[in-house]
Design a protein around this ligand. Structure first.
Ligand code: IMP
Ligand code: MG
Length: 422
């Protein structure tokens, strides 16, 4: 079974935990897009692990974890993750595979990311990890790939070419000092040396695994509404975070995909700027942020919080072909008197059930809510659906009805065990 997991909101839906759980049944876990802007939190045995690049499945012994060609790799971040795992006695030898076709993030990408943000009037609120500029270079065909790092001559020429252009942009457009060729060249050749045992043709590896009837889990980062095409552009990331990205970002044909699982949190969060129709008023936002520990795993920024937006999640189900949902953080709703679900938007007196792509409109729509009674029990220790409070079950079945999707898994806490299979 080849399964893609995607976020149905703006990221931080709890994909890390769900991937960790589903990894149990998979042989290969593959990241297909994004880079170290992602922060996947997994709690195992009371210990918290945060992954930016290595697939969250790495905590399962014997599983092969791949970083696909669609990912942009910051070698320093990756090496740190490799070291952290070895110091936690997690053996990754022969288990971590990095695509030779993945593009690498260079120091000028990070600086350009920051400088562009400063200059923009409409700020995106990026993670400043160099993601946008790196993907921009990939598309404009001047990027440097991992395979280039393995050949000193090729790397030298490509880096020189890039620095000639980037240094001029830095100086003339941003009044920023340029970069020295020698420093980057030396630093990155060192990275290449450390990473070389893991680098391979992952498209071949994964396709052969599929031919051998292995189970592959494709791990999405970010979420549907951060997707470069279908997200709330320009307040998006620079890659395809929707299911289609899994094929492009790994070299696996769409006909080989069996299933897409969507992860949805029972409320909505977003980090960075951009429209957010269901956003809570400030005091309640602060209360829920602390209750749900909604602070960025990568940047530590407080996440903006709001009610569950079924208009968005319905759109995500359509765009990704989601047949099963994993619903996360149900326990964070414990103790609320009433819970709201946005079922439509109102704009200029008219009702809309479809997600509007015009940003102007999305900024002005008024959410139409369905209200339902909450529960006062704490549910974090519950392991069977039938043991949930009546109102929690009513809430879940309301979501299932509105979304017209099967809820396959419910998460009631951060640990692996805090999970109900529906
Ligand atoms: P970038 O990906 O760093 O360019 O950031 C673009 C937008 O995507 C910003 O609003 C970020 O906060 C958001 N973003 C990027 N990665 C993640 C993530 O993993 N979770 C949540 N938001 C993210
Ligand atoms: Mg995250």
């Amino acid at each position: 079974m080849n399964t893609i997991i995607v976020g149905t909101q703006w990221g931080d839906e709890g994909k890390g935990k769900i991937i960790d759980i589903l990894s149990d049944r998979a042989d290969y876990i593959v990241r297909f897009q994004g880079g170290s802007n992602a922060g996947h939190t997994v709690v195992v045995g009371g210990r918290e692990y945060i992954f930016h690049l290595i697939p969250s499945g790495i905590l399962h012994r014997g599983k092969i974890c791949c970083i696909g060609n669609g990912v942009v790799v910051d070698p320093a971040v990756l090496i740190k993750e490799i070291k952290d795992l070895s110091s936690s006695n997690i053996n990754i030898n022969r288990r971590l595979k990095i695509s030779s076709l993945a593009h690498i993030i260079l120091p000028y990408h990070k600086i350009l990311d920051q400088l562009r943000e400063i200059k923009r009037t409409n700020k995106i609120g990026t993670t400043n990890r160099g993601i946008g500029p790196c993907y921009a270079d990939k598309i404009s065909r001047c990027g440097i790939r991992i395979i280039d790092l393995l050949d000193r001559g090729v790397f030298r020429d490509k880096l020189k070419d890039n620095l000639r252009e980037k240094n001029e942009i830095l100086k003339k457009v941003y009044g920023h000092r340029g970069f020295q060729f020698k420093e980057i060249y030396k630093e990155y050749l060192n990275y290449a040396r450390v990473l070389s045992p893991y680098i391979c043709n992952t498209q071949l590896l994964i396709n052969e695994a599929i031919d051998n009837k292995k189970d592959i889990l494709f791990e999405g980062a970010q979420g549907t509404f951060l997707d470069i095409d279908f997200g709330t552009y320009p307040f998006v990331t620079s890659s395809s975070a929707t299911a289609g990205g899994a094929c492009i970002g790994t070299g696996v044909s769409p006909v080989k995909i069996d299933k897409v699982v969507g992860v949805a949190k029972v409320y909505t969060t977003r980090v960075g700027e951009g429209p957010f129709p269901v956003e809570f008023p400030p005091v309640f936002a602060k209360y829920m942020r602390n209750k749900g520990n909604e602070f960025g795993a990568t940047t530590g920024r407080p996440r903006r919080c709001g009610w569950f937006d079924a208009v968005m999640v319905r759109e995500a189900i359509l765009l990704n072909g989601i047949s099963e949902l994993a619903i996360t953080k149900l326990d964070i709703l414990d103790g609320l008197k009433t819970i709201k679900v946005c079922i439509a938007y109102k704009y200029k007196g008219k009702l809309f059930k479809e997600f509007p792509y015009g940003l102007e409109m999305l900024e002005k729509v008024k959410p139409v809510y369905k209200e339902i009674a909450g529960w006062d029990k704490t549910i974090g220790k519950i392991r069977r659906y039938r043991d949930l409070p009546l109102n929690a079950k009513a809430y879940l079945s309301l979501l299932g009805d509105i979304l017209d999707a099967k809820i396959a898994l419910i998460s009631v806490g951060s640990s692996r065990e805090d999970t109900i299979l529906a």
